[in-house]
Design a protein around this ligand. Structure first.
Ligand code: ADP
Ligand code: MG
Length: 450
């Protein structure tokens, strides 16, 4: 049991990471949680009718993703304006603050099943492997290592395996963790309190599993102790023919932080990639989504969206729900091209990087670190200059997508490999270093005028 306000705070924390600073402060921060009815329906109040409409119109998909992450799946959300809130409290009382909430225990998302996974050329092999593993855990491909870009269905497949096992082999002890959870769990077990007991608990939790799934292993830290622990967990399970399934955004050979002996363990089973879906598959995925969510959306809209978003399936789905909500707002039975065009336009407006130049980024980074422009593009090698320089290079490359050679010219004629090295160094640091994460997010805020 947890109290409603701390759960709501967790939703806000998530949202803060996914929307711009301005949107967060304007639209999300003022929201209040009013009630949570029957563990199913979350009632939220905005402080004006226009704020309510903004949320429904532009941010509903982000809001519902965050709510589902924290409260569990299939939570219905109702947004009230200030008058509706007063009415609500009049009839139902103001009990939200003390409310205790049962958060759903099933770790597997009910929507992420094999049935809901659309199979096409890009993912047919990985689908077959995941199914085989679900049907014969520990017997077919062990470990199964799945890799591919963001939003291509890796997590979906892990949950599908989990849901399948829960249904057909309910007595098996199945665990899904993100790499981050595994790491935190381990580090916590090393805490001051009754040391060895906590470590033993950690070990018995992880080493007595029938199936262990670790999502996003690329975030495994360089720390030898964590890798060591994972290595032993892996061996123990593997030797007992227990199934291990791992995902990553890249193949084992490209995970720089990975110790060689773990890397070679991963290669003893099946390593299978998942690729970006082709147009036909994207259309099929959108159709499936309409069917699951009961969206009425015109065929030309589906084609339009599928043609424009071609890599990340999460974005594909996000755009579809945005279009659906726009149609809903204007009380239409079915979403048409009108809403599709509006939805894509909104996205462009939100993209405030338009109009930024490399100079803007350089100036902002200089201001942030309190150094001069000559320093940052010049030859100085002291740490207080090198670090900002790499950050500026990273930001220019990431935000403006300018070719490395051109960035080299801006930075006093540096070679493109030097530029690439700087960019990669920062993007590596960002995976683990809070210091760099806050540098980048604060500079981005400044760039957005925040
Ligand atoms: P990843 O873990 O690879 O970043 P996810 O598994 O989170 O990606 O997938 C992102 C979204 O796309 C999820 O909502 C998922 O259900 C959906 N999705 C991905 N692949 C498919 C597919 N083949 N069929 C249906 N939905 C898919
Ligand atoms: Mg994932």
């Amino acid at each position: 049991m947890q109290d409603l306000s701390s759960l709501w705070q967790a939703v806000l924390d998530k949202l803060e990471l996914t929307v711009s600073n301005i949107s967060f402060v304007m639209w999300f921060k003022p929201l209040k949680v009013v009630d949570f009815v029957d563990n199913k329906k979350l009632i939220i109040a905005a402080n004006s009718t226009s704020a309510k409409n903004q949320i429904l119109r532009n941010y509903f998909d982000k809001l519902s993703t965050a709510v589902n992450d924290i409260f569990g799946d299939n939570i219905e959300i109702e947004v009230l304006d200030q008058n509706e809130e007063i009415d609500y409290i009049k009839t139902h009382g103001d009990s939200a603050k003390e409310k205790e909430v049962e958060v759903s225990k099933n770790p597997f998302n009910a929507k992420y099943t094999f049935d809901n996974f659309v199979v096409g050329k890009s993912n047919q092999f990985v689908y077959a492997a995941a199914r085989a593993v679900a049907e014969h855990p520990g017997e077919k491909f062990n470990p199964l290592f799945i890799y591919g870009g963001v939003g291509l269905g890796k997590t979906h497949l892990l949950h599908a395996i989990g849901n399948y096992l829960k249904e057909f082999s309910p007595m098996l002890n199945v665990m899904y963790v993100t790499c981050e959870q595994f790491t935190n769990d381990y580090i916590e077990s090393l805490g001051p309190a009754s040391k060895s007991k906590a470590v033993n608990e950690f070990r018995s939790k992880y080493r007595n599993l029938d199936v262990l799934m670790v999502d996003d292993i690329q975030f495994i830290s360089k720390k030898t102790s964590t890798q060591e622990e994972f290595f032993h967990t892996f061996n123990e399970l593997y030797q007992n023919n227990k199934q291990i399934i791992i995902t990553s955004d890249r193949p084992p050979k490209d995970i720089e932080t990975l110790a060689d002996r773990l890397r070679s363990r991963f290669t003893c089973g099946l390593i299978q990639d998942i690729q970006s879906p082709d147009l036909e598959t994207r259309i099929a995925i959108l159709r499936k989504k309409c069917q699951l969510e009961k969206y009425a959306i015109d065929d030309d809209v589906i084609n339009f969206v599928a043609e424009r978003i071609n890599t990340n399936i999460r974005e594909l789905e996000g755009m579809l729900s945005k279009i659906y909500f726009l149609a809903n707002l204007s009380n239409k039975h079915s979403a048409t091209m009108e809403e599709a065009l509006e939805a894509f336009n909104g996205q462009l407006e939100e993209d405030r990087n338009e109009g930024l130049s490399p100079d803007d980024i350089i100036d902002t980074v200089c201001k942030y670190f309190d150094i001069t422009r000559q320093d940052i593009v010049g030859k100085k090698k002291s740490k207080d200059v090198v670090e900002p320089r790499m950050i500026a290079i990273y930001l220019i490359s990431e935000i403006l997508e300018i070719p490395l050679v051109s960035i080299g010219k801006i930075f006093g004629g540096r070679d493109h490999t030097t530029i690439m090295h700087s960019r990669d160094k920062i993007s590596d640091e960002l995976k683990t270093s809070h210091k760099y994460q806050s540098f980048i997010s604060e500079i981005k805020k400044m760039l957005k005028g925040g």
